[in-house]
Design a protein around this ligand. Sequence first.
Ligand code: EPU
Length: 428
Amino acid sequence: MQKMLVEGGHPLNGKVRVSGAKNSAVALLPAAILADSQVTIEGLPDISDVYTLGELLEEIGGRVVWDGQTVHIDPEHMISMPLPNGQVKKLRASYYFMGAMLGKFKQAVIGLPGGCYLGPRPIDQHIKGFEALGAEVTNEHGAIYIRAKELIGARIYLDVVSVGATINIMLAAVRAKGRTIIENAAKEPEIIDVATLLTNMGAKIKGVGTDVIRIDGVPSLHGCRHTIIPDRIEAGTYAITAAAVGNEVIIDNVIPQHLESLLAKLREMGVTVEESDEQLYIAARDPLKSVDIKTLVYPGFPTDLQQPFTSLLTKASSTGVITDTIYSARMKHVDELRRMNANIKVEGGSIIVSGPNKLAGARVKASDLRAGAALIIAGLMADGITEITGLEHIDRGYENITEKLNQLGANIWREEMSEREVVQFKNS
Ligand code: EPU
């Protein structure tokens, strides 16, 4: 088991390239199940969630061939193998096997998904959608059993705007009989990416990117080639890092329109932000003004950038308030930042950061993926060395983050933990 050491005080300069979008990748890979011939996906991020899903595709009989960032998935010999345990527990997105296997085989048995703990993360809207399409859904010993004689298109109103439920219902509906209408659908760019893949496979989908999606089911889908969109959350994480400790940083392979809510907040703080077709230029300015943040569904401020942004706010000139309306319990980074001398508290469901604070290196634990990013940013801002454990969360979602930051001038390295440290970590 490894820990990460971050030496603060090195200003960042230069260019960093953003990888393919994690939250697209984790849906595109299961979506390939729905095809009857080979699907090729280009530009996948080199992160552990992607390989876990590749192994799950192999477990159900898929032929999965990697060629760098490209994967070829041949679904011809896939079967509706139950996946009640094992790898499915490692990540949240294994729930996309439910929609994809239901769409293809009319049945699926999938263990309840794992992933980052951000408070309760129900999947009732996914299930509501499957049931509306004609499936019977039961929860037996921690696995979801889904069976349908046939799937018939339906009108489904989502009570909560959900990325996962919108994608999962699309996956189940593209091969159903007749028309499915998803109302109050989520509009995240990753949903458009998945719909683009499905359309290239022969699906008939209209309205993605709006809150009403119409799907006319087709009997079969064929293989295709697809290039993934860039990861807006990774790009946003580097933009926040550049605002915190950058001199001049260029973030390459970005769709700036996907990040308007973040860029507006950075500008409000006084950061210089310039956008071009596929790049962002960020130049940090001192002092930074405090701002308030409320996370919302897309195109609002993304919950996935709330934690990294908390670290940035410790540097700002007065008090900033962060309210996460998507995951109100996404706050495990707060205690860790306090260990690093941040003047920060949770009050009435919001995080209150009273800056400016001079952070100091400390031993901290990444409790989830974006908390990990927040701690790396804080470590870069701090005096001295910050030791971060819980790297398995960070590796699930950020491709080569150590190398990418070091290329910009950071000083970050990994070390094996001693036996005593491993025991301490497991008990903490
Ligand atoms: N919700 C329900 N019922 C449902 C589904 C969701 O009540 O059936 C609630 C959730 O509890 C939450 C809200 O609806 O309060 C939104 O959840 P959503 O379903 O949109 O989240 P998700 O699909 O499980 C994806 C990303 C998350 C990201 C959220 C919100 C993937 C694999 N995960 O999760 O990404 O935070 O959307 O944008 O796409 C991350 O990358 O660090 C991450 C956690």
